[in-house]
Write a protein that binds this ligand. Structure first.
Ligand code: LLP
Length: 424
């Protein structure tokens, strides 16, 4: 369990009493346990049983330098989706030969950056359409480079079998992502014909927050089938990338663990007799979500008839997942839980009815501060300044201590910037 209560009942993360952080840090604030994150990566890597592999961390889940650096120190690579994420991965010490770049719509300057890094380029730019193949071919030609690429295929898994929120299902026919299965033969031919591109991999990513391996394995099997076809056409493939999407337990239970996805993909690989290829996976959430919390102070209760709201100083701009996906993040007291409990509806200050963290059992006498659990992934990276709010600072814990933290970015700065620029 990443968050635990100590012997006096205070909530801890990484051995640190979270309420103590509030003495030096205003709220809302994210806190992360770097030890928990590195242990997660170590565990996942053991599931590969020494077979050639790469855990390409999906930087979009949390792009904090301290986190990407910690994962790089465990031998993880990076899956990036923009030039900026590529710069973050490089800056945090991920070697270019461990970086793959996915994304359905990449700009020319981003493609150029990926092809040029270190004069060699990154491990693979994952191409997602026939049109993109033509674009990168022209760019590589103009730079006089040979670019390493893989093709991200849409594995065309039946939408109804994708047991996740529709917004985060990507491997079905209606999704914008990946080259359609029916176009793959053509895509392979186009890349193999190009003197400026080298086909090194086949990739899929079927969606996110899966609590069973079924859809993941189905997509993996299609990827290996296409890898065989690519080989038969003469490609010197190095890897098959079966993507991310490993679900975590947000409190409602999750019967599978991250290593179950790896073992299932390994089985699909053995069945396809393609054991000589490296197996890549791209987890984001599973490495970081449970090791991060969003800390908030309770501002006041608001009792209106039968409705009992608990208003906190974190809002949907800090943690968008409940508003966007109806996701449930447990809200718990930082202080010992004593006395009677009741069901509070926890909500933030943002002027939207969807700024609502749902129903939670909390003490009848409201605690001073709470933690929203499992906020390490897709929390800070999806935050905004909506309603003139500040981006929350982040605190990084290691070895039971605060290792580093970022400063609050006060709203006054952007108000001043706009004033200075004559925009107000
Ligand atoms: N690889 C690709 C190509 C992806 O698009 C994604 C996530 C991942 C890997 C990592 O997926 P993960 O292992 O984290 O599930 N904001 C949403 C999740 C969106 C995921 C987008 N792509 C959420 O908060 O649930």
């Amino acid at each position: 369990m990443p968050t635990l209560r100590d012997e006096n009942g205070f909530l801890t993360l990484g051995g640190v009493r979270l309420i103590d952080l509030l003495a030096d840090h205003s709220t809302p604030t994210y806190a992360y346990d770097l030890d928990g994150i590195t242990a997660e990566a170590r565990d996942l890597r053991t599931a590969f049983d020494d077979a050639p592999h790469l855990v390409a961390y999906a930087v979009k889940a949390n792009s904090a330098g301290a986190i990407v650096r910690s994962l790089a120190s465990q031998g993880c690579g990076a899956d990036v989706v923009s030039g900026a994420e590529l710069q973050v991965a490089l800056g945090a010490g991920v070697p270019p030969h461990r970086i793959v770049y996915s994304g359905v719509a990449k700009r020319d300057d981003e493609l150029r950056l990926a092809l040029r890094v270190d004069g060699q380029g990154i491990l693979a730019v994952q191409l997602e359409s026939l049109e993109e193949i033509a674009r990168i071919d022209a760019i590589a030609r103009s730079l006089g480079l040979r670019g390493q690429v893989s093709i991200r295929m849409n594995p065309s898994v039946d939408f109804d079998t994708l047991d996740t929120h529709a917004f985060i299902a990507t491997g079905h026919d209606e999704a914008k992502f990946g080259v359609a299965r029916a176009d793959m033969s053509d895509a392979l031919d186009r890349v193999l014909r190009s003197s400026c591109l080298e086909l090194v991999g086949i990739a899929v990513h079927v969606g996110s927050q899966f609590t069973s391996t079924a859809a993941y394995v189905e997509a993996a099997r299609v990827a290996f089938e296409v890898a065989r076809e690519a080989r038969n056409k003469g490609a010197s493939l190095r890897f098959v990338d079966t993507g991310g999407g490993f679900g975590i337990d947000y409190g409602q239970g999750c019967p599978v663990r991250p290593c179950d996805f790896v073992r299932a993909a390994r089985q699909a690989q053995r069945d396809a007799q393609l054991d000589d290829l490296a197996l890549f996976v791209e987890p984001g959430r599973a490495l970081v979500a449970a090791h991060g919390v969003l800390l908030a102070r309770v501002l006041q209760p608001k009792v209106s008839g039968a409705r009992r709201w608990l208003l906190v100083d974190a809002g949907m701009n800090d943690l968008l997942r409940p508003a966007l996906y109806q996701a449930h993040h447990r809200v718990v007291s930082l202080e010992p839980v004593e006395g009677p409990q009741e069901t509070w509806r926890v909500a933030g200050p943002v002027c939207e009815s969807s700024d609502d963290f749902g129903m939670h059992s909390l003490p009848s006498v409201p605690p001073r501060a709470v933690a929203l659990l499992d906020a390490g992934a897709y929390g800070y990276t999806m935050a905004s300044r909506y309603n003139g709010r500040e981006l929350a600072p982040e605190v990084f814990l290691r070895g039971g201590l605060v290792e580093s933290s970022t400063a609050r970015q006060p709203t006054e700065h952007w108000v001043e910037e706009r004033l200075r620029a004559g925009l107000l």
